[in-house]
Design a protein around this ligand. Structure first.
Ligand SMILES: [Zn+2]
Length: 141
């Protein structure tokens, strides 16, 4: 029996056996749907039989992150703001195995290319704030 993977963004990473799923949870549509949203993705991943996968939920304020891998974004954030916050968060989790690889350096340079640094009230994750500060101090915003 074939299953469709119903997710917002699906990114094969490292190899064909590792998968990154990024789900965007807008505050209006996803309020009170935490249980269903989690179940839907887990069911889809089980059905697809991926050996390793990471699901990152991008949770729009006032929704709260459900797991450590989730990224909180301010209400009505632009796509660029979301991308910056997701990449910053992935640098500490999903991308850690690639630390020695130039992927992390390229992500850091992408983050540095922004005209304005991320502000404290735009980053809810303490680890991401520390990393953003360290990158800024190192000359990378
Ligand atoms: Zn973070």
């Amino acid at each position: 029996m074939a299953f469709e993977l119903e997710v917002d963004n699906l990114i094969p990473a490292y190899s064909r056996k590792v998968l990154l799923v990024v789900e965007y949870d807008g505050a209006y549509w996803h309020a009170g749907r935490e249980k269903y949203d989690r179940w839907k993705v887990e069911r889809s991943l089980d059905a697809a039989q991926w050996q390793e996968s990471e699901v990152v939920r991008v949770r729009e304020e006032p929704l709260l992150p459900l797991r450590l891998s989730d990224v909180w974004v301010p209400k009505r954030s632009s796509a660029v703001m979301c991308a910056r916050l997701i990449l910053l968060h992935l640098l500490q989790g999903f991308l850690v195995p690639l630390r020695a690889h130039d992927v992390c350096k390229r992500v850091e340079h992408f983050l540095a290319a922004a005209a304005k640094p991320l502000k404290k009230d735009e980053i809810h994750c303490e680890q991401c704030w520390k990393l953003a500060s360290a990158l800024r101090e190192a000359g990378l915003k």
